[in-house]
Structure formats: structure tokens, C-alpha cells
Design a protein around this ligand. Structure first.
Ligand code: SAM
Length: 298
């Protein structure tokens, strides 16, 4: 049996790196190669037709635009970082969301990007250099081992946590799920489910750690998984801890129709994207500290 990547009938997305180029110039330049439209939800996001291959386009090569999907680009926007903030990107490589944070902060303030894997740190460094961001400090280390009381984190007010996950929301993994069934199918399923449980245990620990930084006011948790175990279940399991630190769930992109699976009260705050309808299957949760909400309203 041969499996071929299905030709998606969905559009492709391009994120304009506003540190290097404004959206109208990017539209004009890309418009010479293909039809381009602005996305109606995510700022600085352009939509190009199905099958458009921009990998070798000069704007991609020089970091003026990133080939980053719409769902993936919703994560940094959900955190809503402001210029001048100190922001921690907990699991940062390859750095798409770090570069996006830098653009949203207009290069002002500080981003601390943490990554465990040495090879991936190199990729992260390359992405940051390409993005033109000069306010990113890279830490090669384990996010779980960062000391929340270290003075260098005392002003971190927002954390983006996009931990390792099963990747079941992206097409390669779904294709993997379509592999032909042989006798060891049950073993494969059991191994997969064990892996997802292990990942969820790490994701939960990382989320609790993120909520423990003394000055943090906003935490975004995201995965590119469609499994409840890595998504709603992780959020549900940290709710008592989050409440003890005065955090509550807020609603990223309230106008977005797909919300969390209804497995606990408040899951409507969560956001899901559908792997087929929205190209990629992502999950986003946003925690906000209660007094911070009041501060914004004042
Ligand atoms: N946010 C990235 C982006 O948008 O480009 C993708 C992050 S990827 C889903 C997860 C990353 O977390 C991987 O690069 C992995 O090596 C890293 N990672 C896993 N465990 C970690 C840990 N304990 N501390 C820091 N990074 C970790």
C-alpha cells in the first residue's frame, strides 16, 4: 500500500514579520507571485491559494515573512504581549512563536526563550537572527528547572508555554494514524496512549511551573494535539492550583466558534482548531491573574 499526502483544499497562511516589513508591502511583493488576501481574524496574517509554494521566496529567505499557520499564529496573539513587557517563551524552538512575540512587542521589552534540546537551540538562534529581533535572551536548559525566584525572572509578566506534544493535530501524524492495520495494532495503540500520558504528565508539570513565577499575570498554554488528555485534561487538573494563585481562565478569540470539549465547567473558555477545517489542530488555553484583569479595566 502506498500513502500519498492528500492535496489539501485549504488555503495556506503566511505571517508577516512586522519587525522587517509592513503588511501592505508584503502583500504587494507576494502579490507578484500569487493571489494574496488579508486574514480576517489574525493580524499580520496573509492567505494564499492552496498549493502555493513560497519556500524559496526571497521574503521567506530573508525573514520578512514566516510560513507559519494560522492556528499556530493565534497562540502569541492570545498572550497579547505589549511592547516593554518581559515575556518568557518556555519551550521555544524552532522559534516561530518567539519571533512572533518579538514582532507583537515591536522589538521593545525583553523575551527570554528557553529550550532544552541543544540542536534545536541552534535552530532557535537562526530563527531569531532571521527575524531581526534584538531583545531575545536564549537559555539552553530545562524550563522545569528554572528557579522562579531567580531575580532575572522577577519581572516576567507573561509566559507562552508550547510544550512538546504528540503532534496529533498536524497532518504528518494523522497520516501516521492511517497506516495499514496489522496484527500488532493493539500494541501500537497501547504504546501511543502511553506516550500521550507521559507527555501529559510533563505538560501538567510545565503548566504548574509557569503559573508559579512571582510576577506572571498571563499564561498561554498551547499544543498541536487533538487529544483531550493533552488539552482539556491538563487544564482541568491544574485548575485548583491556578485558583490558589488567583488565576482564572480567560477567553482567547471570543469570536472563534470552536471551543474546548465540554468536560468541565468553564471549558468554553478554551479554544480548539480543527485539523481538517482549519488546516491544523491546535489547542489554546489562557490563564489571567484576577487583579490584572481589574488593572486593565481601570
Ligand atoms: N514554540 C515553538 C514554535 O512555535 O516554534 C515550538 C515548540 S515545540 C512544540 C516544543 C519544544 O519544547 C521542543 O523544541 C522541545 O525540545 C522543547 N522542550 C521539551 N522539553 C523541554 C523542557 N523541559 N524545557 C525546555 N524546552 C523543552
Amino acid at each position: 500500500l502506498e500513502y500519498q499526502t492528500p492535496v489539501s483544499s485549504k488555503p495556506r497562511y503566511v505571517r508577516v514579520n512586522t519587525l522587517k516589513m509592513d503588511i501592505d508591502t508584503a502583500m504587494h511583493e507576494l502579490g507578484k507571485a500569487t493571489t494574496v488576501m488579508k486574514d480576517d481574524l489574525v493580524p499580520d496574517m496573509l492567505v494564499v491559494p492552496t498549493g502555493t509554494d513560497l519556500h524559496d521566496h526571497p521574503l521567506v529567505m530573508n525573514g520578512s515573512v514566516f510560513l507559519q499557520g494560522k492556528a499556530s499564529s493565534m497562540v502569541a496573539v492570545a498572550l497579547c504581549p505589549k511592547p516593554g513587557w518581559q515575556v518568557l517563551d518556555a519551550c521555544a524552538a524552532p522559534g516561530n512563536k518567539t519571533a512572533h512575540l518579538a514582532a507583537l512587542m515591536r522589538g521593545q521589552g525583553k523575551i527570554i526563550a528557553c529550550e532544552l534540546n541543544e540542536e534545536r537551540v541552534k535552530v532557535l538562534r537562526t530563527s531569531i537572527t532571521k527575524s531581526g529581533a534584538h531583545n531575545v535572551d536564549i537559555i539552553h536548559g530545562d524550563f522545569l528547572k528554572l528557579d522562579t525566584k531567580d531575580p532575572k525572572f522577577s519581572k516576567v509578566c507573561a509566559i507562552l508555554l508550547d510544550p512538546s506534544c504528540s503532534g496529533s493535530g498536524i497532518s504528518a501524524e494523522r497520516l501516521d494514524n492511517l497506516l495499514p492495520s496489522y496484527s500488532q495494532d493493539n500494541d501500537i495503540d497501547a504504546a501511543k496512549s502511553q506516550r500521550v500520558k507521559k507527555l501529559a504528565a510533563f505538560q501538567r508539570k510545565a503548566l504548574v511551573h509557569a503559573l508559579s513565577f512571582p510576577a506572571v499575570e498571563r499564561v498561554v498554554y498551547s499544543t498541536c494535539s487533538i487529544h483531550q488528555t493533552e488539552n482539556e485534561d491538563v487544564i482541568k487538573s491544574v485548575l485548583p492550583f491556578a485558583a490558589s494563585r488567583n488565576f482564572e481562565l480567560a477567553t482567547p478569540f471570543p469570536q472563534w466558534p470552536r471551543r474546548g470539549l465540554p468536560v468541565f465547567e468553564g471549558s468554553e473558555h478554551l479554544l480548539r482548531t480543527d485539523p481538517t477545517e482549519d488546516v491544523e489542530g491546535f489547542f489554546i488555553a489562557l490563564f489571567v491573574r484576577k487583579q490584572f484583569k481589574k488593572k486593565i479595566l481601570r
